[in-house]
Design a protein around this ligand. Structure first.
Ligand code: USQ
Length: 391
C-alpha cells in the first residue's frame, strides 16, 4: 500500500512510519516540526536524544534499504496538503499531525485557538484533498477516548442505540470532552463523519487511550531511530511522566486524590492497532470508530505500580498529591468497550511491573537530560477557581 503519515516525525508517527516501511509498504511522511518547537517553548526537551528527520530517514535507508519520503509543511495550509495528496496518491492516510496536549490547549486564548485551528482546519483540509484526489483512500484518524469524557454509563465504540419516545436509532455516542484539545477531536469526528456520509469517503476514527512506552520493534535497531519521549507537564502523558520522575528522584505528581480512571495502551499496541485498521479498511461511506486501548487504570494504581517497580531497581519513589490543576471528576464510573480491535486480532501487551521496570531501565540511560523545572503542573483549567489548598 501507499501510506501517507501525517505527523510522521512525532512520538507515534515516526515508529508508525518505520513499521509500515519494514512491512514493505511505500511510506511518505508529512510534518512541520511543531511538536519539537512546542516542547522547546515549554522549556523542555525529549528525554531521548532524537535525531532530525533527515538523519532518521537516512539511517533507516542505511539499515533497511528502504526509502521513506518526507514532505515538510503545515497541513493548516490547504494548498500544501492538497499538493502532497495529489502527488503521492495514497491508499491510506494515517493522521497523527495534530496538537495533542490537553494542558497546552488550556494555557491561553492563543494556545486554545492555535490548537483548534491546527487540528480542525488541518483535518478539514485533508478531507477536501481526499475527496478531490483519492476518494477511495482510507483515512485512519487518531482520535481520543477523551472525546467521551467520563459518563455514568458504559462507553460504546462510537455509536449508541437510543430509544426515545417510542422510536430508536443508532447515533453517535454523546461527547463530554475534558479540554479544548479534546473538543478539537470531537469537532474532527463530526467533520469526518459528515464527509463519509456526504462524499462517500471511508474512515476509521481510532479513539485512543493514554499511550505509554518507548521502544518498538524497529526503533530498537539503532539509537538514531529512537522516538521522542516527553515528560513535561504539557506534552508528557501520565505514566511516561511517572517513569521519568521515578528515575530522576522527583516525587510522582498525582493530581488530586488520583482516583480518576483512564484507558491505556502500550506504544507497541498503538502500532499494531493502526496496522490492523489500515489492513482492514472501512467501507466506502463508512465512518467506523474503534476504541483503541487495552486496559483501564486509576492514576493512583499507576503511581503504586511505578513505586513498586522502582523499588525493585533501587529507586526510592515518593508519591505526592498535587492540587488538581484540571477540572475533572476524580470519583466516577468508567467502563469502556474495546472489542472491535480485539475482534480483528489485536493481541494486547499488558502493563505489569516487568514492563515498567524495562521502561525505567531505558530511561535511566538518559536521565541526565531531564529538565526538572518543566515537570510540576502550572497550567490550570480554570485559573479563576481557588485551588483545594486555598478553598
Ligand atoms: N495526571 C496526573 N498527574 C500527572 C499527569 C496527569 O495525575 O502528572 C492525570 C490527569 O489529571 C488525568 C490523567 O492523569 O486525569 C491523564 O492525563 P494525561 O496527561 O496522561 O492524558 P490526557 O491529558 O488525557 O491526554 C493524553 C494525550 C492525548 C490523548 C489522551 C487520551 O496527551 O493526546 O488524546 O491522553 S485520553 O486520556 O483517553 O483522552
Amino acid at each position: 500500500m501507499r501510506i501517507l503519515i501525517l505527523g510522521g516525525d512525532g512520538y507515534l508517527g515516526w515508529p508508525t512510519a518505520l513499521r509500515f516501511s519494514a512491512r514493505g509498504h511505500e511510506v511518505a511522511v508529512v510534518d512541520n516540526f511543531n511538536r519539537r518547537r512546542w516542547v522547546e517553548g515549554a522549556g523542555s526537551n525529549s528525554l531521548t536524544p532524537i535525531a532530525d528527520l533527515d538523519t532518521r530517514i537516512a539511517t533507516w535507508e542505511e539499515l533497511s534499504g528502504k526509502r521513506i519520503a518526507a514532505h515538510v509543511g503545515p497541513i493548516e495550509d490547504g494548498d500544501f496538503i492538497d499538493g502532497v495528496v495529489a502527488e503521492f496518491l495514497p491508499d491510506a492516510v494515517v493522521h497523527y499531525g495534530q496538537q495533542a496536549s490537553a494542558p497546552y490547549s488550556m494555557i491561553s486564548r492563543q494556545t486554545a485557538v492555535e490548537t483548534q485551528y491546527a487540528n480542525t482546519i488541518g483535518n478539514l483540509n485533508l478531507l477536501f484533498a481526499l475527496r478531490d484526489h483519492v476518494p477511495e483512500a482510507h483515512l485512519v484518524k487518531l482520535g481520543t477516548m477523551g472525546e467521551y469524557g467520563q459518563p455514568n454509563i458504559d462507553i460504546e465504540e462510537g455509536y449508541i442505540e437510543i430509544s426515545h419516545k417510542g422510536r430508536s436509532d443508532r447515533l453517535p455516542y454523546p461527547k463530554l470532552p475534558g479540554s479544548l484539545y479534546h473538543c478539537s477531536k470531537v469537532h474532527d469526528s463530526t467533520n469526518i463523519h459528515f464527509a463519509c456520509r456526504t462524499w462517500g469517503l471511508r474512515a476509521t476514527d481510532l479513539n485512543q487511550g493514554v499511550v505509554y512506552g518507548i521502544e518498538t520493534e524497529e526503533t530498537v535497531s539503532d539509537e538514531r531511530l529512537i522516538t521522542r519521549f516527553d515528560y513535561d507537564e504539557m506534552f508528557g502523558t501520565v505514566l511516561n511522566r511517572f517513569c521519568v520522575q521515578a528515575v530522576i528522584g522527583h516525587p510522582l505528581t498525582v493530581y488530586g486524590e488520583g482516583h480518576q480512571t483512564r484507558s491505556f495502551l502500550n506504544i507497541r499496541d498503538t502500532l499494531a492497532c493502526v496496522e490492523i485498521a489500515a489492513l482492514n479498511p472501512a467501507d466506502a461511506g463508512e465512518f467506523r470508530v474503534f476504541n483503541q486501548f487495552t486496559e483501564q487504570f486509576s492514576v493512583m494504581e499507576l503511581a503504586e505500580l511505578v513505586k513498586e517497580a522502582g523499588a525493585h531497581l533501587g529507586y526510592e519513589v515518593e508519591i505526592r498529591h498535587y492540587d488538581n490543576p484540571r477540572v475533572e471528576k476524580e470519583e466516577h464510573y468508567y467502563n469502556a468497550v474495546n472489542s472491535n480491535l480485539l475482534d480483528l486480532g489485536l493481541e494486547p501487551r499488558l502493563l505489569g511491573e516487568e514492563l515498567v521496570e524495562s521502561i525505567l531501565g531505558i530511561l535511566d540511560r538518559y536521565k541526565e537530560r531531564a529538565a526538572e523545572g518543566a515537570i510540576d503542573p502550572r497550567t490550570r483549567w480554570n485559573p479563576g477557581r481557588p485551588t483545594a489548598a486555598q478553598a
